[in-house]
Design a protein around this ligand. Sequence first.
Ligand SMILES: C[S@@+](CC[C@H](N)C(=O)[O-])C[C@H]1O[C@@H](n2cnc3c(N)ncnc32)[C@H](O)[C@@H]1O
Length: 268
Amino acid sequence: MDGWVELLSCPACAAPMFRADTVVGCPTGHRFDIARQGHLNLLQRAAPLNADTPQMVAARARFLDAGHYRAISDAVLRQVSSARRIVEVGAGTGHHLARVLDQLPATTGLAVDISSAAARKAARAHPRMAAVVADTWQRLPLRDGSVDAVLCIFAPRNAAEFRRVLSPGGVVVVVSPNPGHLAQFREQHGLLGIEPDKARHLTDTMSQYLRASGGEQVQRRLPLDAEAARDLIAMGPNAFHNTPEAAPAVSAVLDVAVSVFTRTDEVP
Ligand SMILES: C[S@@+](CC[C@H](N)C(=O)[O-])C[C@H]1O[C@@H](n2cnc3c(N)ncnc32)[C@H](O)[C@@H]1O
């Protein structure tokens, strides 16, 4: 049996899922085909209009493959080095999860994203990673207590669901932008800002279900050539409105918080 299928529960009835050839199903009779591209669509409705588009996914893949956010993958790895089953929610291309799996040979990964373009890409990101289309704001199609770590990197967070799917002692690793993250770059290009209270909001919402248990700050200079600068704009939410034909080379600043929350026995 595939390690990743053992993590899944049916999006229609929450029963454990099993795999038969190219079909994943549950004992109640719900059936879902694994796509030719390798991902599994478990979304119970049409994808919303704000799901990342194939163009955004391609820009993100080029930007991340060039290594600009390697410091993020490295910091996440430091927090999950003993995890055997890791899910990344809002995983995009699956880049960070794949880098983590590279270093953890006994670990299985599952990338979850609402964008099927992203899931298609993530399905091929690593031999020990599978990819599922699902919505973080709904019940995640994962069994209770099925994973040791949930990664949530620049993506929506559902603390109640993260707690449900974590095994006891498991961790959520959240990567979120600090106010200084790409600040000048965002100003230059009229990109969306970062809410000033983001850090407190994160701790407040997560602490209702999990115990805050450390983390680290990651800051780096990011020298970006013109292609990387353009991809950085094209991979984000501004791409829905307007992506420039060209962007000048620039020295930007990566400034993010890596926050860890642990599932303890009691709800805090
Ligand atoms: C800023 S990207 C980050 C992707 C990846 N974590 C990374 O750092 O490269 C946010 C991702 O969250 C996904 N996303 C947005 N809303 C979501 C939702 N409700 N459920 C699942 N994924 C969602 C988007 O499709 C996109 O791939």
